[in-house]
Design a protein around this ligand. Structure first.
Ligand SMILES: [Fe+2]
Ligand SMILES: [Fe+2]
Length: 293
């Protein structure tokens, strides 16, 4: 990679707003099975922007709650800890990565749609395979590709060509990035996670989701789930769910790893997974609209 670009990447990462402190606390609180509703509401209430977003999302049409929700504690009670934490983490990441005004970017709506879809599938997979914490898997999925936002911010004109080349030559974005920029979103995403001081699982999943055989042993299973969910999410996006070729999914390193380590992956109905992804569209449309307002 040209030195100039390397320098620009470092500068952009330095200039990004830090991850909201409340997001860190929430990720830690997730590991605590006994966390009380009130304690969670207190964490969120420390951040006025986050509290406002929680109220907006809770009152949105997506949840169809019969009465208006006026306090964070009430929202947590109604929607539950898992759902509220998910909303907060999505809002936090979205806010931190929001482009400055008048800056041209790639299609961020598409980007978040893919991210939420990967999160939703990862959560389902970990539930059905009965491994790892399924809520954490959702956030890992949500954030796995954030390096793309950074690369696009640093070199928007080249990134447009990256996307175009990947479509025209039918190669992955990852390959096109390597060829045209010299650095890829998995590595850049890992730098960002480190700067945000997220747990190592986040750094490793970002770094190795396109190369799971290299992932450190403790985070290999999480990386494999995200990598497999990533493929499913793409397939869904391309609209291939009816009559899709299962070998596209089962051929990769991720599937082989999960087949070796879990007893039931072959029993999962992948077609049903694809259908469930429709709910992710609704979720992200709503979220995008709220955060833009
Ligand atoms: Fe990726
Ligand atoms: Fe992805």
């Amino acid at each position: 990679m040209v030195d100039d670009l390397q320098k620009k990447l470092e500068d952009v990462i330095d200039l990004l707003p830090p991850i909201p402190a409340v997001m860190m606390e929430l990720i830690q609180a997730l590991g605590d099975k006994n966390i009380e509703l009130r304690a969670l509401a207190n964490i969120i209430s420390k951040d006025p922007l986050m509290s406002m977003n929680v109220l907006k999302v809770s009152n949105s049409a997506f949840y169809r709650l019969p009465n208006k929700v006026a306090t964070v504690e009430h929202a947590v009670k109604l929607l539950g800890i898992k759902e509220i934490t998910g909303i907060c983490i999505a809002c936090g990441a979205y806010q931190s990565l929001k482009p400055p005004q008048n800056v041209e970017t790639f299609d961020l709506n598409d980007f978040w749609r893919h991210s939420v879809a990967t999160g939703v599938v990862s959560r389902r997979l970990s539930q059905e395979l009965e491994i790892l914490d399924h809520n954490v898997l959702y956030f890992l999925g949500l954030l796995h590709d954030v390096g793309k936002v950074i690369l696009d911010r640093v070199a928007h004109d080249i990134y447009k060509i990256v996307i175009q080349t990947s479509r025209e030559e039918n190669i992955t974005i990852h390959e096109a990035e390597k060829r045209l920029i010299g650095e890829s979103h998995d590595i850049v995403g890992g730098w960002l996670m480190e700067k945000w001081r997220l747990p190592m699982t986040f750094v490793h999943v970002a770094n190795y989701h396109h190369n799971i055989n290299e992932a450190p042993e403790d985070n290999k299973a999480a990386t494999a789930i995200i990598s497999f969910a990533d493929r499913l999410a793409w397939l869904h996006y391309l609209g291939l769910e009816s009559g899709f070729d299962v070998t596209f999914l089962t051929d990769g390193e991720a599937y082989s790893f999960l087949e070796e380590r879990t007893s039931n992956i072959d029993d999962i109905d992948l077609g049903r997974f694809m259908q469930e992804l429709d709910s992710a569209h609704e979720e992200i449309d709503e979220m995008t609209q709220i955060l833009h307002s």
